[in-house]
Design a protein around this ligand. Structure first.
Ligand code: LLP
Length: 442
């Protein structure tokens, strides 16, 4: 299995020494295994191959999980398509020369400009989330004398049993359309000549560790497909979304892609459709680590704090979703076998700035390197510049060598695009009465 492992007490990635590699950029830095990305992509593709009508499911990697161009290129070159949610993500896949026809454009709030960009790029499919959105896409497509290929996103009202912030398939969530609305739309397709209906989309949440909600969802969708076909409307494509979980903690193991596929197999066999999947985490999470250096070890009143140079600005999952990421020293992870509880915290001025709380770690000291594991998905892509911290560097490791695929941001990057108004606009009303009360508004 490709990826990260300790050999002789040193963290390696596909045979390459991680400590030596990160010396090129300093820390914090994300490190990705290209080989592991390829393996994970193949595992998803192979799991669903026999369930696809053409034995060639489209694995549309969810760009929001990891949008580094080098990562996208690794996946493009092994045949992946892409799941996009913004014009910016479309720009990224075009920057690597990927074919937009192998991409889906999802999201509840597409702007008119984004719809135009996607139509002009000849996007494969729009995942449509509401009737007003469908009408807008129809109008824009007609005005451009084209048709948009559309999958209607169904909200099946199924509980994905995951963290409430990443649940999307319940009635109260903003995503998708009620089945009744979907059927109303299908009945009025002839009044939408700019829309080429191609099938359905469903995504009930992320980090699912139970196959049952997938199975339940598929039963509902399969019945909808059968009703739609019975009404004389062909259904070619079914986009199953993403959501397959990974094992962040051993006590909460995630099923393999093959197990997820198996749970959906009976309904998918009946549905007989072209399959699209939008996995993000299942491909990227364990292909990446965040390497950070210990700045200080501080003994508090009740706890030991390991203060590191990475922060919630680099990896927000622990603060936002109670996300658990295994953390180990890059060198001699076992040490002498003794561990003691500590909080691994960053330098940001927030109590929510932690990477782990009450975690058993071996003794660590100033300047030790730590590996925050399973950080390849929703790590860098959710990074921010809060506290004016430059965002981290990123490195891609191939079995034959490594490459810095994103430079660490500089202080100049931090202020790019900002401007201090000319001094005469900053005056007080008494000295510059002609420019209004605030001194800025005309
Ligand atoms: N498709 C749609 C429509 C989605 O909304 C998502 C994720 C995916 C695919 C990819 O899901 P995945 O296979 O990665 O589970 N930031 C959160 C996760 C947010 C997921 C948002 N949508 C986290 O760090 O856990």
């Amino acid at each position: 299995m490709a990826g990260f492992a300790w050999h002789d007490g040193r963290l390696t990635c596909d045979g390459i020494d991680v400590e030596a590699t990160v010396a090129r950029t300093g820390t914090p830095v994300y490190v990705y295994s290209a080989a592991r990305l390829r393996e994970n992509h193949a595992a998803v593709r192979d799991a669903f191959r026999s369930l696809d009508r053409t034995s060639d499911p489209l694995i549309a990697f969810s760009v929001k999980s990891n949008s580094n161009l080098a990562v996208l290129e690794v996946l493009r070159s092994c045949g992946a398509g892409f799941d996009l949610v913004s014009g910016g993500e479309l720009h990224r896949i075009r920057a690597i020369g990927a074919d937009p026809a192998r991409a889906v454009f999802a999201g509840v709030g597409k702007s008119d400009d984004e719809i135009v960009e996607a139509l002009d790029a000849r996007i494969g499919w729009f995942d449509v989330e509401s009737i007003p959105e469908l009408e807008t896409i129809d109008a824009i497509a007609r005005a451009r004398s084209t048709r948009a290929r559309v999958l209607l996103r169904v909200n099946p009202d199924v509980d994905a049993k995951t963290h409430r912030h990443i649940t999307t398939g319940k009635r109260e969530n903003k995503f998708g359309m009620r089945i009744a609305d979907v059927e109303a739309v299908l009945a009025s397709l002839t009044s939408l000549p700019g829309i080429a209906f191609d099938g359905f989309h469903v995504h009930i949440g992320s980090q699912l560790t139970d196959v049952e909600p997938f199975r339940e969802t598929l039963e509902r969708i399969e019945a909808l497909i059968a009703r739609t076909r019975a009404a004389g409307i062909p259904v070619h494509t079914l986009n199953l979304g993403g959501g397959m979980g990974v094992t962040y903690r051993p006590e909460q193991p995630a099923p393999s892609p093959a197990r997820f596929a198996q749970a959906m197999a009976p309904a998918l066999a009946r549905a007989n459709v072209k399959l699209v999947l939008e996995p993000g985490r299942a491909i990227a999470a364990d292909a990446g680590v965040l390497i950070t250096r210990v700045r200080f070890v501080k003994q508090g009143e009740q706890r030991r704090f390991v203060v590191v140079d990475a922060a919630m600005t680099d990896l927000i999952r622990p603060a936002l979703y109670d996300g658990h990421h295994p953390i180990d020293p890059v060198l001699d992870p076992i040490r002498d076998g003794t561990t003691s509880p500590c909080d691994v915290v960053g330098p940001v001025c927030e109590s929510a700035d932690f990477l782990a709380q009450d975690r058993a770690l071996p003794p660590v000291t100033r300047r030790d390197l730590l590996a925050v594991r399973l950080a390849g998905a929703y790590g860098f892509t959710m990074a921010s510049n809060y506290n004016s911290r430059p965002r981290a560097a990123e490195i891609l490791i191939e079995p034959w060598g490594s490459r810095v695929v994103r430079q660490r941001e500089t202080y100049a990057d931090l202020v790019r695009g900002e401007e201090v108004p000319p001094v005469e606009l900053c005056g007080t009303p008494s000295t510059t009465p002609s420019i209004g009360r605030t001194g800025i508004e005309p």
